[in-house]
Ligand binder design. Sequence first.
Ligand SMILES: O=c1ccn([C@H]2C[C@H](O)[C@@H](COP(=O)(O)OP(=O)(O)OP(=O)(O)O)O2)c(=O)[nH]1
Length: 145
Amino acid sequence: MEEKIKIKYHVKELEKLCYIDGKSDWIDLRVAEEVKMKAGEFRLISMGISVELPKGYEMWVLPRSSAFKNFGILQTNAMGVIDESFCGDDDIIHMPILAMRDTEIHVNDRIGQFRIMPHQPEVHFVEVEHLNNMNRGGFGTTGKA
Ligand SMILES: O=c1ccn([C@H]2C[C@H](O)[C@@H](COP(=O)(O)OP(=O)(O)OP(=O)(O)O)O2)c(=O)[nH]1
């Protein structure tokens, strides 16, 4: 099935996003500004795009696996969720980035990747005293090895 994403580019030097079939269906995101950061510095880095997602979808933004190795950066929200309602001309996608070392990132460097996902179904909470199930346990209760 094919879906359309309307996209507005805010920086003319920015290379157009590209869906590469076969290798991975995640789509790389490029930085839209020249960035110099000191170790320990935080900033929102612009991806230079606004999008209108297909109806019923949201976008998940994660770092590329190589982003830390190449640039020494971490995405502070671990995963960004771009809501369907984030679709105005000035709703520009950013990545919240923490530099772990002094670093430079240049326009068109690829630091992130995204995919679109269908929304979860509408949920309602039903308050109860007991769930009446066995406790599973977590955080390593099944052992270390
Ligand atoms: O990594 C991200 C995460 C979010 N957004 C944009 C799109 C999203 O729709 C909007 C709001 O995100 P979210 O709801 O996660 O942030 P919040 O901190 O709860 O802000 P708000 O009060 O605006 O909802 O910010 C980004 O550009 N990058």
